[in-house]
Design a protein around this ligand. Structure first.
Ligand code: UDP
Ligand code: MG
Length: 324
């Protein structure tokens, strides 16, 4: 396709040979209903089944399709990231390839985005997933993410989302970070909306994740919180913890010195002595880590020319006021 499309649908695909065919049909129907120009970007994440062949067939027969093939399996976050890099549309929609998300919801998301939001996230009100391995950890994760980040959503894990393209072009994703895109994007100032979407049980193929994902999500949450709140001022968090632990250790040590020097008691066998030493040490360590992190933060921002702010636009004298 020569002209740039309005909508880019980005789909990570890993060993979904039985899903891609029906998925493509459903997508084509749904996108026709949107009525704008579109492209579908499949990112084959190093599949080892017949998925690549199926994608080649689909691509050969439909000019709306582009496929990015990875050399090996890099993971869903990397696949999404590649999709964002290759997407040309003003609107980027992400979804799973396993037919659990319903392409028929796409027009709803795009319409909501057109109301002026930067991110519209799907909310799987009735999830068709196993309770113990999926819905329970996910309920807890959602509550925790909501508490720690400023973006309030019911369902962070839903891959069906729509973005204004500058939102996804402006962020870098690492690890298993894709569920935190709204939170990561929140630092640049975004309007986020949520829309209930349909969810279906997996019919073909297997889920690529187990319960082990919960721990990884937790670690990413800590990282996201740090990146959002303290990456520009690490000494504020490490130094704060350091000063409190140091003060605590120091007061215990003072108390013990008093018992030893004034009252003449033996303190060598007291467990409290260990605490005093431990906390004083920890305090010094935390403050030092904070100082090192400050140096790192400067290196980071200056080496990649990353600004600590995001500009929406710059108006020049004599410009007409922007519409809308
Ligand atoms: N996926 C991927 N690379 C991976 C694992 C998964 O591209 O290493 C894709 C997978 O094909 C699917 C989506 O990511 O389109 C979500 O995966 P899955 O359905 O296994 O996750 P679940 O729905 O069980 O959370
Ligand atoms: Mg799935």
């Amino acid at each position: 396709m020569s002209q740039t499309p309005y909508v880019s649908v980005v789909i990570p695909v890993y060993n979904e040979e039985l899903n891609v065919g029906p998925l493509h049909e459903e997508l084509t129907t749904a996108l026709a209903a949107v009525g704008s120009t579109y492209e579908i970007l499949y990112v084959d994440d190093g599949s080892s089944d017949r998925t690549p062949a199926k994608l080649r067939e689909i691509c050969a027969s439909d000019p709306h399709v582009r496929v990015v093939f990875f050399r090996r399996n890099f993971g869903q976050t990397a696949a999404l990231s590649a999709g964002f890099d290759h997407a040309r549309g003003q609107v980027v929609v992400t979804m799973d390839a396993d037919l659990q998300n319903d392409p028929a919801d796409i027009p709803k998301l795009i319409a909501k985005l057109a109301e002026g939001f930067d991110i519209v996230s799907g909310w799987r009100m009735q999830r068709k997933d196993p309770f113990l391995s999926r819905r329970l950890p996910s309920t807890m994760a959602n509550a925790l993410i909501s508490l720690t980040t400023k973006v309030k959503l019911h369902d962070y894990g839903c891959t069906l989302k729509a973005f204004k393209s500058d939102v996804v072009k402006g962020i870098k994703l690492y690890g298993e970070m894709h569920r935190f895109i709204p939170a990561v994007a929140s630092w640049m100032g975004v309007e986020v909306a949520e829309v209930p979407v349909n969810h279906r049980a997996r019919k073909f193929g297997r889920s690529k994740y187990g319960i082990g994902r919960t721990i990884r999500v937790l670690l990413d949450l800590i990282l996201v919180k740090y990146l959002l709140s303290y990456v520009n001022r690490p000494i504020q968090i490490f130094g704060l913890i350091g000063i409190w632990t140091f003060l605590f250790g120091g007061s215990v040590a003072t108390y013990l010195s008093y018992r030893r020097l004034v009252l003449g008691e033996a303190i060598g066998g007291r467990p409290l002595l260990l605490f005093a030493v431990l906390f004083i040490f920890m305090g010094v360590q935390f403050i030092t880590i904070g100082l090192l992190a400050e140096i790192q933060a400067r290196t980071y921002h200056e080496s990649v020319d990353k600004q600590i702010y995001v500009v929406r636009e710059v108006m020049e004298g004599g410009d007409r006021a922007p519409r809308g």
